[in-house]
Design a protein around this ligand. Sequence first.
Ligand SMILES: [Zn+2]
Length: 351
Amino acid sequence: MSDRIESAPAEFTPSESDYVPEPHPEGMVERVSGEKRFLVIHGIWSQGASNNASAAAVRDTTLGDGTGRFPDYIRQSTGGHLRVVGDFVGDLDLGARPASCDHSDQLANARRLAQQAGYDYREYDYTFFAKPYSSACNWGGLAAMPGNWSIANGNGGSLSVWTHEFGHNLGFAHIRERIDCPMQDEVVDVDGCTSKGSGGDTGDTMGAGGTARYPTIYRSFHGWWNGQESVKITRTGTYQLRALGTSGVQELLLPVAGGDVSLEYRRHNPQYETRDPMYFEGISMRQPRVSGRVITNEIIDGSPHIAGLHKVLQLGRSAEFRASGLMVKTCALTESHAEVAVAFQGDPLPN
Ligand SMILES: [Zn+2]
């Protein structure tokens, strides 16, 4: 058994297969809301030769007060519909560092040792396990999807590993994107886009968003609204879309082929949206794909003229869903809201 200290990766980057599908975990309800109890376990190998976030850092990130911590992230991402409380057990001696990476074994071991220390995971809704880094594990984080456990591999002091892995617990898969969309006269031809797996959405922690707050589609999936925040549009007109996380209508649903497209307007919040503000200067268009208790965000590229992560429909630009006879245009962007024009069945776009 080597005592070599393994160096952890500097930053968390989700890997393609960092989740374990669990189609029917017992006791899980379809919609997750209310107060949830988290048991956070921070462990070390008995040799002491491990590279891990400190117990203090993991505790502060996962259960600490104030902005930039997981409980506040969840409060802001769910409009207060999901609340995080919990207990922490730190510097738990996990025994000798295993040579291989069996996450089931390691999680079971950590839970058993935490039980011996007086923390029974069965009394909690979720287990977060901040384990010491191991290069035998080829992931930065791992989670059940949906499910009740997440593991960080040496990087448990990073907020983004928990926002992403807990997203898997809530049934959020890795995003897809619809790109290479033709565009003419500032109108994006959405039916001409190509759909592909993975990719970038700066407004989603499940795809290139870092700690970006959960987007509208996930809020609707779990019912994290008070009643009037999500509205389906069926008539030609100009509609106000309030900034995400405020009050009033924050999601406009457009009926198109293959399911509703969700429109979101998000003001850049430097505490959680770590990407450049320019990525949020416009309307995000996402088409959720729901299969059982798993939801996949497919973001539509509203900025095909800009390469890379830029996806929003900018001011003055339109998107056309030809097969559905629908046009949408970003007409105004202010501090508090956006104005969006929608036209059905060949109607002209309202001014
Ligand atoms: Zn993932």
